[in-house]
Design a protein around this ligand. Structure first.
Ligand code: CDP
Length: 580
């Protein structure tokens, strides 16, 4: 009954003003006039109750309220938050709960426009889409039926871009796309330059799909072969170093293209018999098979620091509940098309990650740019992966393995059971970190105090609550201090802040690309999927600096790299981050 529910799900979520603003704008149920008809507490109840219902699929007498209570407590305490589509849509008509999709784009007009249609359906529901355009025949290739010539992958990408632009107004949030082209596609140079004009493909992030062969050719300074995907035949050669240098230069100029190591991703593909991975979702953290989708959720690490120590037991509890929650989301999701429903349920991938990493480090007084921090990153992520796998195995005993388990990598690794083909992913947490009032993903603080642009150009002033708490506790909090910090964004060089805390609150511009990359690699080591991370460069960084970072990320085992040089771009696909 309603009374019972209200009693069980009663803990009031401790939301900041910014969090409430964001929720009211897009997440809460509204009436026809646009007025919210639910409060944040109702949203968490709606989500908890809806997602708990999946338990009934496995036990018709399951105690839904007790599961819902466990889910609710984690969310209301802001310890764990699912990705935005789950918060927005669970328990409502749309019921589309996943953030990440990859759609195939085959080499025919029918297939291309089928993909455009499916993209529209996904964006309408708050999901993001990734595509590989590598199967499309190159520009100027013959089209048999018309005797004309093909316009090529880059040209077709503009169709997807225009569709996204149009749907933007009606959907729950701005749609985002990832476009990938293999480095051995004949149109690769056009692709690398595709966003040089900053007014083009504004709803796309671009990444070049890097092969091992190509990297070896770069390192040995040799040519490499291009292939026509239509015929499978070689279609010319390019000097690997020149292509690499151009990629680096364009990324230096404007951030695009990024790179993804496709061969490396496929070497770690957990279900190779199900097909090759060609693309990731828009922010790069989730490699997926064609027609696969994935739902994400993130643990807010700042909540687990008690008396200067990590409360591992409490963290373990959250991991268990989170894996249960995310597995349920797969069942409760209403997929936009049947193929996505089927492929998603064959592998049952989930993406459990974290946010509030900078908060955790600051609370422990560990500067982000140190070996101590990257060592701890490995330890924390290994813990999440191991406990996550334990829980997934335990679920599999009751619910069954994911259907493609037998041919997956897990039996060879010694696992008898597994419910999910992947368990860990590190998402950007652009919006849910505002709701959780924590630092986003594994990023360092962009600034200790700053303006944050939230949807529709609203600007909010923010001081890191962690900084405020610590300044108060350590006795150096003052109005003068906050004013000073808001001016420059950093506590560095302020005599009223003890040196230890100046260093613990190091901001992203004070951290070298080397440490940004090392941190990404530390987390990647224990992440099944990939890690969303931007390597920040100062405006005066050189092309050579960017090149060094690309080679470092390759050598350290990252699955991709995204860089941003300060001041190199105005509008971005995803502006929910920390940029002013
Ligand atoms: O914080 P939130 O759950 O809203 O999302 P995120 O962690 O910043 O982004 C996770 C994924 O959601 C991205 O990689 C995209 O696949 C998708 N996304 C999107 O499609 N459109 C956006 N405006 C933001 C995110």
């Amino acid at each position: 009954s309603n009374k019972e529910i209200e009693k069980a799900l009663s803990q009031t979520p401790d939301l900041t003003k910014n969090a409430i603003t964001v929720l009211e704008k897009r997440y809460l149920k509204r009436d026809i006039s646009g007025k919210p008809v639910e409060k944040p507490i109702d949203m968490f109840r709606r989500v908890a109750l809806n997602i708990a219902e999946a338990d009934k699929n496995y036990d018709k007498d399951a105690d839904i309220l007790s599961t819902a209570t466990a889910f609710y407590e984690q969310m209301a305490a802001l310890k764990f938050l699912p990705n935005s589509p789950t918060l927005m849509n669970a328990g409502r008509e749309l019921q589309q709960l996943a953030a990440c999709f990859v759609l195939p784009v085959d080499d025919s007009l029918e297939a291309i426009f089928e993909a455009v249609k499916n993209t529209a359906l996904i964006h309408k529901s708050g999901g993001g889409t990734g595509f590989s355009f590598s199967r499309l025949r190159p520009k100027d290739d013959v089209v048999k039926t018309t005797k004309g010539v093909s316009s090529g992958p880059v040209s077709f990408m503009t169709v997807f871009d225009a569709a996204t632009e149009t749907i933007k107004q009606g959907g729950t949030r701005r749609g985002a796309n990832m476009g990938i082209l293999r480095v051995d596609h004949p149109d690769i140079m056009e692709f690398i330059y595709a966003k040089e004009d900053k007014t083009k493909l504004t709803n796309f992030n671009l990444s070049v799909g890097i092969t091992e062969k190509f990297m070896q050719a770069v390192l040995n300074d040799t040519d490499y072969d291009l292939y026509n995907p239509k015929t499978g035949k070689t279609a010319g050669k390019l000097k690997a170093k020149e292509v690499f240098d151009t990629m680096v230069q364009l990324a230096w100029e404007g951030g695009d293209p990024g790179i993804v190591y496709l061969d490396r991703i496929n070497a770690e593909n957990p279900t190779p018999k199900e097909g090759d991975i060609e693309s990731t979702n828009p922010c790069g953290e989730q490699p997926l098979l064609p027609y696969e989708s994935c739902n994400l959720g993130s643990i807010n690490l700042g909540k687990y620091v008690k008396d200067g120590k990590i409360d591992w037991e409490d963290l373990e509890k959250t991991i268990e509940v989170a894996v249960h929650f995310l597995d349920n989301v797969i069942d409760m999701n209403k997929y936009p098309i049947q193929q996505i429903n089927d492929q998603t349920k064959r592998n049952r991938k989930i993406g459990l990650g974290l946010m509030g990493w900078a908060d955790m480090l600051a609370m422990l007084a560990i500067p982000y740019n140190t070996d101590e921090a990257t060592d701890l990153a490995e330890k924390v992520m290994q813990f999440i992966r191991d406990k996550g796998r334990e829980k997934s195995s335990a679920l599999a005993v009751i619910r069954g393995d994911f259907p493609s388990f037998k041919d997956s990598i897990y039996p060879k690794m010694g696992f008898k059971n597994m419910r999910n083909a992947t368990i860990t992913t590190i998402a950007p947490t652009g919006t849910i970190s505002i709701i959780g009032s924590c630092s986003s993903g594994i990023e360092p603080y962009f600034a200790i105090a700053f303006y944050r642009q939230v949807m529709d150009n609203n600007k909010l002033v923010e001081v890191s609550p962690v900084f405020k708490d610590i300044a108060k506790r350590e006795g150096f909090l003052s109005d003068e201090l906050l004013e000073k910090v808001a001016e420059t964004g950093t506590a560095h060089g302020l005599s009223m802040v003890p040196e230890k805390w100046q260093e613990a609150f190091v901001t992203s511009h004070e951290i070298t690309p080397f440490w940004h990359t090392k941190m990404q690699a530390a987390f990647q080591k224990y992440t099944d999927n990939a890690v969303s991370k931007t390597v920040n460069f100062p405006n005066e960084a050189t092309i050579e600096d960017v090149k060094k970072t690309y080679l470092l990320s390759y050598n350290l085992g990252c699955k991709g790299t995204t860089i941003y040089r300060d001041g190199s771009r105005t509008g971005q696909v995803l502006n929910v981050g920390t940029k002013e």
